[in-house]
Design a protein around this ligand. Structure first.
Ligand SMILES: Nc1ncnc2c1ncn2[C@@H]1O[C@H](COP(=O)(O)OP(=O)(O)OP(=O)(O)O)[C@@H](O)[C@H]1O
Ligand SMILES: [Mg+2]
Length: 255
């Protein structure tokens, strides 16, 4: 009976021959990268400054436009989609940024609510109208990140770690399948960074996401990742298990 019960296919993201080259530059920022990632993987991306980490992450949700190659997300090639279709798919992808990308003068509640904007009418967004249901979702997300007591504070009055937790609460409102992070802990101290990673890992596991995060701290990557990938000069030079990143690999990645 072999073959009858085939393992359910869980590949979410298949990248083929991806090239990203910025205008007026000589080198490819991402150079012929091939990679398949599955639902449930927590992937940390390593590489020295300029290696291509941000370009890679940003090309997945098309904040950067790929020059050639394919990015297949659940069997749809994102590189071929119109902006309108891409916007719809992007609503299932969230990005957490180093500098939080929050609106400082608005409250924690208002900033978190913006995570739901992609699924609401522009009219409601403009007038700040929200339903009881939406209000509950905001409070629930704030509870998940431990900020429910700060809901009505302005974001500018929060610490860096608290701001990043608002970024994560906002991401939860989007109900994502894919969680992207471009150095989300680079502005935070080591113990706050660790707590943010613990939170991301918990959310990742509970919701069975695919998570891809750039990080400069190899120790954090080794502790939390289920897979590590590394770039050098735009090329994928490592793709393996965290325990395989030993001193020799470390030197190769950062030389
Ligand atoms: N907007 C841009 N225009 C031209 N070149 C760019 C642009 N953004 C990035 N690059 C170049 O592309 C390459 C990859 O940059 P990228 O920002 O992806 O690196 P990174 O690994 O994220 O580095 P860092 O750790 O410093 O954030 C670098 O050579 C960089 O100079
Ligand atoms: Mg970067």
């Amino acid at each position: 009976m072999q073959g009858l019960y085939r393992k359910e296919k869980t590949d979410m993201l298949t990248i083929q021959n991806l090239v990203v080259r910025y205008p007026k530059t000589e080198e490819n920022a991402i150079d012929h990268v091939n990679l398949t990632l599955e639902k449930g993987e927590f992937v940390c991306v390593l590489g020295k400054s300029g290696a291509g980490k941000s370009t890679f992450i940003r090309s997945i949700n098309r904040l950067e436009r790929p020059t050639s190659g394919q990015i297949n997300w659940e069997a749809t090639d994102l590189t071929k989609l119109s902006e309108a279709k891409m916007r719809r798919i992007r609503s299932n992808m969230v990005m957490i940024f180093q500098h939080f990308n929050l609106i400082p003068r608005m409250t924690v509640f208002q900033n978190t609510l913006t995570g739901a904007f992609g699924k609401r009418t522009p009219y409601k967004n403009l007038l700040g109208i929200f339903s009881e249901q939406e209000k509950k979702r905001v409070y629930h997300a704030l509870e998940e990140v431990g900020l429910e007591k700060h809901a009505h504070k302005r974001v500018e009055a929060l610490s860096g770690g608290q701001k990043q937790r608002v970024g994560i609460a906002r991401a939860l409102l989007q109900d994502p399948k894919l969680l992207l992070g471009d150095e989300p802990v680079a502005s935070l101290d080591p113990s706050t960074s660790r707590r943010v990673f613990e939170l991301l890992k918990r959310i990742h596991t509970e919701r069975e996401l695919l998570t891809i995060i750039n990080v400069h701290d190899v120790h954090l990557a080794k502790e939390f990742a289920t897979r590590i990938i590394a770039f050098r000069d735009g090329k994928l030079i490592f793709n393996g298990k965290p325990e395989e990143v030993d001193d020799r690999r470390f030197a190769e990645i950062y030389q």
